[in-house]
Structures are given as structure tokens and as C-alpha cells.
Ligand binder design. Structure first.
Ligand code: NAD
Length: 266
């Protein structure tokens, strides 16, 4: 390929490609943004010139993530609210809106998993997983919706999982919570469509993060062998799907659970 062709393709890509997958100047809140998939979403959206606010569970991990990104030349703001405290979230969301002037995109990504047999799961463990994976999503969404309604636009994206399609052999709270994420996503999409607010979910397959690293090899290895693409997802594979759904390229997509799983069927 000669240099003129390369320059032409470069210009076409930058004009049409990047401009269409565009979150430039959008104000984006990402829960569970301190590591794994959420951290990669924060990094990717920041590189695309969004104004990103990351939420984590503790001050130390939020500070560490902000510092890691600062060394890469990326500046983000961070908070560590209790996602089950609706009043605290309302205050923080108001503060973000006061600072940035809008709330354009919410990504409900914080989540925990579970892998015990039902006999070994206490009711408080079951409640805890629903609190983080489901109730927090409700609280965050409810807090941003008034801003999105008054702006007459917005995007809410939730992190589901392929277990929300196929179920899971143990750790019943986790698939239960992710089925709830899908129900919430599809129903809220219907409720908010008249306000030009799109609601979608990404359902990742097995993704190389701390959540998966915490599982024993005898659980993970056979699963990887079943993935037709022959590997786990990397967090960037999942973050790219979020970027697409957040952008105007997905302007007519709402109520969708997008599987990003290497064609894994469990
Ligand atoms: P991770 O453990 O690396 O990150 C989880 C994030 O959630 C962290 O930022 C953590 O701070 C946050 N979090 C956990 N408990 C919290 C709490 N009580 N309050 C506030 N924040 C809390 O996991 P990950 O793999 O990056 O998972 C991110 C999302 O992706 C989760 O919703 C998970 O269910 C989903 N998911 C992961 C996989 C996978 O294979 N890794 C597959 C499907 C779906």
C-alpha cells in the first residue's frame, strides 16, 4: 500500500470512524470503575475525551485508580459512596451535575459474584449480592433519570453476564441478580424511550479480571476450553461494546442485552 493510500485511509478512519463512535465531552459515571471491566471502561471513555467520574467501594482503591490513570495522562474524578444509600447517591449525582452541567451516560457496572452451593449460601449473602448487583443499579438509575429527562437525552448501560442467559451451576445469587439486570434493562428501556433515554446491557462472557482470577482452576479451565474463540475476553473487549452502545452509532438500539462472549454456550 503506498503512502497516499495510507494517508487517505487514516483520514477516512478519523473522520468517519472515530467521529461516529463519539463520546466527546459526555459526562459519564461508571460504578465499579476501580478495576477490571469498569476500569477499562473508564480508561477507554477518557481516551475518547469523555468526562469520566468513577465510583468505587473504598477511598484507597479510588485514589489508586485515579493515580494510575493520572500517570497515563488521564484525569478523572472519583467517589466511593455506599451504593445502597440512595440519599448519599442523590447528593453526589447533584454535585457531579453542578460541576459538569449534565449527566449524559450512566454505566452500572459494580458487581460481585458467588460460587457456593445453595445449602452453603446464607440469606445475608444472598441479600448482599442482590444489594450490589441489583439494588445499587436501581438507586443509581433513579438518581440520574431526573437529569436525563430534563436534558431530553441520556444513556444507561448495565453490566449483565452470560449467566443471565444460561444460568450457572452454583452460586445461585449471581445468575438470579443478572436475570434481574436484564429485566430491569428491558423494562426501563420501554419506560424511558419516550424521553430519548436509551437503556441497554452488555453481557460479558468469561473475562480476565480479579472476579475470574478468584475462581479455582478446576472451574475456569474447562470453561475456557468451551469458548469457540479459544480465549477469555480481555476487559477492553467488553469496554469496546460499552463504547459502541453509549455512542450515537447505537442511536436506535434500546432494551438490548448484547452478548460479548466469544460465542460461549454454557
Ligand atoms: P472486579 O471484581 O474486577 O471489579 C468489580 C468492581 O465492582 C470493582 O471496581 C469494585 O470496586 C466494584 N464493587 C464491588 N463491590 C462493591 C460495592 N459493595 N460497592 C461498590 N462497588 C463495588 O470484577 P469485573 O469482572 O470487572 O466485574 C465487573 C462487572 O462485570 C460485574 O458486574 C460482573 O458481574 C460483570 N461480569 C464479569 C465477568 C467476568 O468474567 N469477569 C463476566 C460477566 C459479567
Amino acid at each position: 500500500m503506498n503512502n497516499y493510500v495510507k494517508i487517505f485511509l487514516y483520514l477516512v478512519y478519523n473522520y468517519f470512524g472515530d467521529n461516529m463512535i463519539d463520546v466527546n465531552d459526555k459526562v459519564v459515571i461508571v460504578t465499579g470503575g476501580t478495576r477490571g471491566i469498569g476500569f477499562e471502561i473508564v480508561r477507554l471513555f477518557s481516551k475518547k475525551n469523555a468526562k469520566v467520574i468513577l465510583f468505587g467501594s473504598r477511598k484507597e482503591t479510588v485514589d489508586k485508580s485515579i493515580e494510575t490513570l493520572r500517570k497515563e495522562g488521564i484525569i478523572v474524578r472519583g467517589y466511593y459512596p455506599n451504593l445502597n444509600d440512595y440519599d448519599e447517591i442523590v447528593k453526589i449525582v447533584k454535585e457531579i451535575n453542578d460541576i459538569y452541567g449534565s449527566i449524559d451516560i450512566l454505566i452500572n457496572n459494580a458487581g460481585i459474584s458467588q460460587n457456593k452451593k445453595i445449602e452453603d449460601i446464607t440469606s445475608s449473602e444472598f441479600t448482599n449480592i442482590m444489594n450490589i448487583n441489583v439494588n445499587a443499579m436501581f438507586n443509581m438509575s433513579k438518581a440520574v433519570i431526573p437529569y436525563m429527562k430534563s436534558q431530553k437525552r441520556g444513556v444507561i448501560l448495565n453490566t449483565s453476564s452470560i449467566v443471565s442467559i444460561y444460568g450457572q451451576k452454583s452460586g445461585i445469587g449471581y445468575p438470579t441478580s443478572k436475570f434481574a439486570v436484564n429485566g430491569f434493562t428491558k423494562s426501563l428501556a420501554l419506560e424511558l424511550a419516550p424521553f430519548n433515554i436509551r437503556v441497554n446491557a452488555v453481557a460479558p462472557g468469561i473475562t480476565n479480571t480479579d472476579m475470574v482470577k478468584s475462581l479455582p482452576d478446576n472451574v475456569i479451565d474447562p470453561l475456557i476450553k468451551q469458548i469457540p474463540l479459544g480465549r477469555m475476553a480481555n476487559p477492553i473487549d467488553i469496554a469496546n461494546a460499552f463504547l459502541f452502545l453509549a455512542s450515537d452509532m447505537a442511536s436506535y438500539i434500546t432494551g438490548v442485552i448484547l452478548q460479548v462472549d466469544g460465542a460461549l454456550i454454557n
